[in-house]
Design a protein around this ligand. Structure first.
Ligand code: C5P
Length: 397
């Protein structure tokens, strides 16, 4: 699978750099070509000689090496790879990436590239948890940078926690996933996920119990088949999927605006539990509690994103998939919903509390299409996502 793939491996300065030697060995064993780039501080942890001996290639270190500029400029170096891997990625290098700084060879390559980037962070747990690092990670993820790890465990500094770089075998698996040549390569798919929050005032909102687990799994499964996924998510705790474009929204209206901007797309999967109503005239300041006087809330209807996209006259995605979370008459309600909204498929499920589906790991769904109702056995949400992604790939073929 990695035979003759070209990996540009950027090694930045952390104790985990020693694991990058093993990573190079495993990549070479699988037939991949590795072009190593060392930052200045990486040279404190591994020597250019050992890196180049394992990679069987010269090591690039300096932006201003004129011979390199004549032989291969940084632009070309950054774009000739199938994948750029940063392992280990220090907090400092990720901060530079998030800001678009280019003050050495590694950061310049990362700014100049149009190739997919996979990052394997490694740092002390406090540095990892620092809000600045988390902000940078969120920025990079939204830019489409893929992540592997970090893992939890003992650290070289004697502390315990998140921040250990993934093991070389895990990084190889993540590289293979990035380079997967799936049936959805070149296809753009929009996925909505999670609940929406509709403000009552600046501190209160209306929400629902959606965890975002199914939508997240679908985005991940589509991306693994090679799709270019735009993942539009409401506020959800579920860890974000890797390697997709993430747009975080709060309200149904924001979700609608984001979906409109993300069009055109080959397919759209609306897995979000969008609030049907918002508060008409939400208060700009906190509504004060007054003894004996209850506030009255007026509702306004939210835009129906699924119905809107399904009924677009121009630029409708070839395949539009909606969800129907029902507590009774699941098939009848979902079939009527499909006709009313004019989507191609409805993935229906029973979300009565006793099913444990909302917030749970498993799902039992019925796929409703022109061909009728197809009952899928109970399976994990990840498996539902994989099967659905396969079916989407077939439908777009
Ligand atoms: O009408 P109902 O909310 O049951 O429809 C569920 C389906 O419609 C889901 O696919 C959901 O993502 C989508 N939906 C939407 N915009 C809304 C309401 C629902 O896209 N305002």
């Amino acid at each position: 699978m990695l035979e003759d793939k070209r990996i540009l491996l950027i090694i930045s300065g952390g104790i985990a750099a020693y694991k990058s030697l093993e990573l190079i060995r495993q990549l070479r064993k699988r037939g991949a070509w590795v072009t190593p780039v060392l930052t200045k501080s990486a040279e404190e942890f591994v020597t250019p000689l050992s890196v180049s001996a394992l990679a069987e290639e010269r090591v690039f270190q300096d932006l201003f090496d004129l011979t390199d500029e004549a032989e291969m400029g940084h632009i070309q170096l950054s774009r000739s790879a199938d994948l750029i891997v940063v392992a280990p990625a220090t907090g400092n290098l990720m901060a530079k990436m998030a800001l678009g700084l280019a003050n050495d060879l590694a950061s310049t390559l990362l700014l100049a590239t149009d190739t997919q980037v996979l990052v394997a962070p490694a740092m002390n747990v406090r540095m990892w948890e620092n809000p600045a690092t988390q902000r940078n990670i969120a920025t990079l993820k939204a830019d489409g940078v893929a992540f592997v790890g970090p893992n939890e465990g003992d650290m070289a500094c004697g502390e315990f926690g998140l921040g250990r770089m993934s093991e070389p075998a895990e990084i190889v698996t993540a590289i293979e996933a990035q380079l997967a040549e799936g049936p959805l390569i070149g296809r753009r798919v929009i996925v909505t996920s999670g609940p929406t929050h509709e403000p009552i005032d600046p501190v209160r909102y209306i929400a629902n119990r959606s965890s975002g687990a199914q939508g997240t799994a679908i985005a991940r499964a589509l991306s693994l088949l090679g799709a270019d996924v735009v993942f539009v998510t409401g506020p959800a705790d579920e860890p974000r999927p890797e390697g997709v474009h993430i747009v975080e929204v709060q309200t149904a209206q924001q979700m609608m605006d984001t979906v409109e901007k993300a069009l055109p797309a080959d397919a759209a999967v609306f897995a979000a539990a969008v609030a049907d109503w918002r508060i008409d005239g939400a208060s700009d300041s906190k509504i004060k509690k007054k003894p004996g006087a209850l506030p009255s809330l007026n509702f306004a209807e939210n835009p129906d994103i699924l119905a809107y996209v399904s009924q677009l006259e121009h630029g409708r995605p070839k395949l539009v998939v909606g969800f129907a979370a029902e507590t009774n008459d699941v098939i009848d309600n979902a079939t009527a919903k499909r006709q009313r909204k004019k989507c191609d498929w409805i993935v229906a499920n029973d979300v009565s509390p006793e099913t444990g589906i909302m917030g749970g790991r498993d799902n039992t769904v019925v796929l409703i299409s022109d061909d009728g109702a197809e009952h899928w056995p109970k399976m994990s949400k990840d498996d539902v996502a994989r099967q659905l992604a396969d079916r989407i790939a077939q439908a777009l073929d």
